[in-house]
Design a protein around this ligand. Structure first.
Ligand code: FAD
Length: 249
């Protein structure tokens, strides 16, 4: 399995913090190259200063993309809450063609047209369900609607996307994806599955054993709190899991 490294951090409050994030990612890219690892990096634009200055954020992104490109690697730009979608897609699109992948969230109403535009421009996309609390005027409030929109966007992405990533642990959706690529004779080398490190390891191994490309999203670093809270919100049972392991240790 390959990886994508997420140096934890978001919504930095000073240009110096944004520069620290950029430096951490440059160090990660260099280590990935030194060790010949199959790993990209995944960064959030608010971590690179989007809230402070779009110009500084763009300069930081450019530095990362140039380094990644020189090393034959890519930068995946995570998608944050809906207030950032327009600016994030704008920045990703401006750096294309380059070594960059965008993220589309299936819970947003706007995603079908965003995805169509990204695919039309051959910009690689990672498809996720979406991890932030969003109001009902921008996102489907019902999980069943998010799931069916995910499947709809997934087929659109598999048909027309370049280097697409199907990022979910939803076993039913993953089976649907496999049935679809088999029916449409889409080669396993044309797309990848992505999952969070440590979540549904059984499924990760099974997909890899079946010959599919699997990339694990690996968060690291000290600024773990917002990431951890989003994972808890997705699956409150994780709190019990954590407590049990803390007691055991
Ligand atoms: P769900 O329906 O939530 O879950 C399906 C099943 O997966 C659950 O029944 C459970 O068995 C398992 N599962 C799901 N989550 C957990 C968990 N935390 N712990 C344990 N088991 C779990 N969101 C964004 O908004 N922006 C991003 O840039 C982004 N990048 C991502 C990158 C990757 C590689 C992945 C896998 C997810 C990313 N996400 C991102 C998060 C995503 O939006 C969802 O919140 C998350 O993946 C949970 O949804 P699901 O598709 O797994 O389906």
């Amino acid at each position: 399995m390959s990886a994508t490294l997420d140096h934890l951090g978001e919504s930095v409050t000073s240009p110096a913090e944004a520069e620290d994030s950029r430096e951490a990612y440059l160090a990660a890219l260099d280590r990935i190259q030194d060790l010949a690892l199959e790993s990209s990096i995944s960064a959030k634009l608010t971590q690179l200063g989007l809230n402070l200055s779009e110009q500084q954020c763009r300069a930081n992104v450019q530095t990362l993309i140039e380094r990644a490109q020189a090393q034959g690697n890519i930068v995946e730009i995570d998608m944050e809450s809906s207030e950032y979608v327009e600016r994030t897609l704008g920045i990703v699109s401006d750096f294309h063609p380059g070594s960059v992948r965008a993220v589309i969230q299936a819970y947003l109403y706007r995603s079908a047209s965003d995805l169509q535009e990204l695919c039309r421009r051959s910009i690689p996309v990672r498809l996720v369900k979406g991890a932030y609390q969003e109001p009902s005027d921008v996102a489907f409030p019902k999980k069943s609607d998010v799931d069916s929109n995910y499947v709809h966007l997934m087929t659109q992405l598999l048909d027309t996307g370049v280097n697409p990533a199907i990022a979910t642990h939803d076993e039913k959706i993953l089976r649907t994806a496999i049935e679809y690529v088999q029916k449409e004779k889409i080669s396993a080398s044309r797309f990848e599955f992505q999952m969070l490190y440590g979540v549904r390891r059984d499924l990760q191994r099974r997909l890899a054993a079946e010959g599919y490309r699997v990339r694990l999203y690996v968060p690291y670093g000290n600024a773990w709190y917002p990431y951890f809270m989003r994972r808890l919100a997705e699956r409150p049972a994780n709190l019990l899991f954590l407590l049990r392991n803390l007691m055991r240790n």
